[in-house]
Design a protein around this ligand. Structure first.
Ligand code: ATP
Length: 537
């Protein structure tokens, strides 16, 4: 699938718009249109429903070491700055960036990709930003730099596969030809760039009033751990879920909504006994992977990848990513949809005791009475007491952390299909269809009168009103019926209900299935029940 086609469909049909488009847009920010908002809401609702509200806390689910409870939270976006000091985000949440002195562009060090080549006695790493045509673009840039013609490509001696910049020696930076640059060595050395957006609370803008937009929703859950325990009757093992906006000042937002500066996360912090935490980790890893497959990411583009020991954070004994091979990424590159991490007791312990190295940068708002920076946690006891055994311990945490926007993008990519369907004359014609899982489809059913006369619109409107009480429905009486079907196919509507001549005689209508194109007759009184049953499957 060509990504431009999906991007253009998203704009044309109202899934996604660039934020502030009439002023030229703002890089890294997106707005969901009328269809997009329904899609994203359906994803979040499916997650909340499957993980929290319909979770059966009395049963032992397949693969789980026992039964467990689930509950939810909705925390503020701006939190006490000390939260981010203790979580490590203030000191450590950065990406390495490089600047191109010639093009005045900034790149993420670990994302810039290129290939070594030698010609005319010089060896260079030629980089490119183009991912869809990576190799061809690199070759084009190499020919241009070495002043060779297309038929002289044999003079280019390629050395190895495409690599990212962070895998080469810093001393080799002067041999890098940056994207679009006319000479090598225009990149600066990599520097740290903190990804947290800053803001100020109150009327005075100084260091003391500085605060941050949360870069993840997880910390709101950790700092409320005791509140949830004390105010509800949950017992370990249990999970707290939260859906909400997060903000990261990404150096290079790109790939449509994949890397945005404002996005929505769906996170669970699952608290369990240290002895069973490994089993719980494996349970969540498999359960979360299965969730995406059940909702339609089943084409083989999805994979579950365990992190290598080198990739793991120092406190994590296991992390796995659910990844999707997005069509806009280079061949063999996968994009993360969700990370499932075994975080041990790192977070609860840090918020209790504080653990950061005192040599790290002080957060000025937290200077002690002696004027020295405070590097401590809240001092609150975060331990849990098991009422049956009397044991007191710090629970371990398993964190399945997903992004609603990346999930929406993956579902859109997977759903996009071009095939053929008969037109009004029965002739097969090309069509574009979004084959969403019915639970995710923005509109579940469209209702059409075949023609705008003979009482058909009146009956169709009645059916539409009855359906609207249960599902998102759409009424359309304009134009040839074949065109109306096509418009719904493009929106991903799984069922179209049509009132025709026969309806007037026997009170039945047709239902058309978006994917199989099959049509069958149903009594008007049974339409709502049948559609509700089908879309909730
Ligand atoms: P990446 O390595 O791609 O930047 P990450 O490992 O930093 O992602 P996490 O911190 O694990 O991501 O965040 C959890 C989830 O939040 C991700 O799996 C992703 O779905 C989502 N997410 C993170 N950053 C962004 C972003 N800039 N835009 C959209 N979604 C994001």
């Amino acid at each position: 699938m060509e990504m431009e086609k999906l991007v253009s469909l998203c704009r044309r049909r109202g899934f996604l718009f660039q934020s502030s488009e009439i002023y030229g847009g703002l890089n890294g920010f997106w707005d969901y249109g009328p269809l997009g908002v329904e899609l994203k809401r359906n994803i979040k609702n499916a997650w909340w429903q499957d993980m929290v509200t319909s979770h059966d806390d009395l049963a032992v689910l397949p693969g789980a070491p026992g039964s467990y409870e689930m509950t939810g939270l909705d925390c503020a976006i701006v939190m006490h700055p000390q939260v981010w000091k203790v979580s490590g985000h203030y000191d450590l949440f950065h990406d390495m960036m490089v600047d191109c002195r010639q093009k005045k562009e900034r790149y993420r060090f670990d994302q810039l990709r290129g290939r070594w080549v030698a010609a005319k006695g010089q060896r260079l790493l030629i980089t490119t930003l183009s991912e869809e045509n990576e190799e061809a673009e690199i070759e084009r840039a190499a020919l241009k730099y070495f002043k060779l013609r297309a038929k002289e490509t044999a003079q280019l001696e390629w050395d190895g596969d495409i690599v990212t910049l962070d895998t080469i020696a810093i001393s080799d930076l002067d041999k890098v030809l940056a994207p679009g640059a006319s000479e090598p060595g225009t990149l600066t050395e990599p520097r740290e760039f903190n990804l947290m957006f800053e803001t100020y609370c109150g009327a005075i803008r100084d260091e003391k009033s500085k605060a941050f937009l949360r870069p993840e929703t997880a910390q709101g859950i950790f700092v409320n751990f005791k509140n949830v325990l004390d105010s509800s009757r949950v017992k370990v093992p249990f999970g707290i879920a939260q859906i909400g906006k997060s903000f990261r000042n990404e150096i290079t937002p790109r790939h449509f909504t994949f890397r945005s500066r404002e996005f929505e996360q769906m996170e669970i912090e699952f608290f369990c006994h240290p002895d069973t935490s490994r089993q719980w980790y494996e349970y969540w890893r498999d359960r979360r992977m299965q969730w995406y497959m059940d909702l339609g990411l089943a084409s083989g583009r999805l994979r579950l990848r365990d992190h290598t020991p080198e990739e793991l954070s120092h406190y994590s004994t296991g992390t796995a990513d659910v990844e999707y091979a997005f069509p806009f990424m280079a061949k063999g590159v996968y994009g993360e949809l969700e990370g499932i991490a075994h975080r041990g007791d790192f977070d609860l312990r840090s918020h209790s005791e504080g653990k950061l190295d005192p040599a790290t940068r002080p957060l000025t708002v937290e200077l002690g009475s002696d004027g020295q920076p405070i590097h401590r946690g809240s001092g609150k006891d975060m331990t849990y007491r098991d009422e049956t055994t009397g044991q007191r311990y710090l629970p371990h945490v398993i964190e399945p952390s997903a992004g609603a926007d990346r999930a929406a993008l993956a579902f859109l990519c997977e759903a996009y299909t071009e095939d053929e369907a008969p037109d009004d004359q029965g002739k097969m014609q090309k069509r574009t269809v979004l084959k969403f899982h019915p639970r995710l489809a923005p509109i579940k059913a469209a209702v059409f009168p075949l023609v705008k006369k003979d009482g058909m619109p009146e009956i169709a409107r009645e059916i539409y009103r009855a359906l609207k009480r249960h599902v998102t429905a759409f009424y359309d009486e304009k134009g040839a019926v074949g065109r109306r079907y096509r418009r719904q196919d493009e929106a991903g509507t799984p069922y179209c209900v049509t009132v025709d001549g026969q309806t007037l005689a026997d009170k039945t209508v047709t239902i058309r299935d978006r994917d199989s194109l099959q049509q069958w007759r149903v009594k008007i009184d049974d339409v709502a029940e049948q559609i509700v049953e089908k879309v909730n499957r």
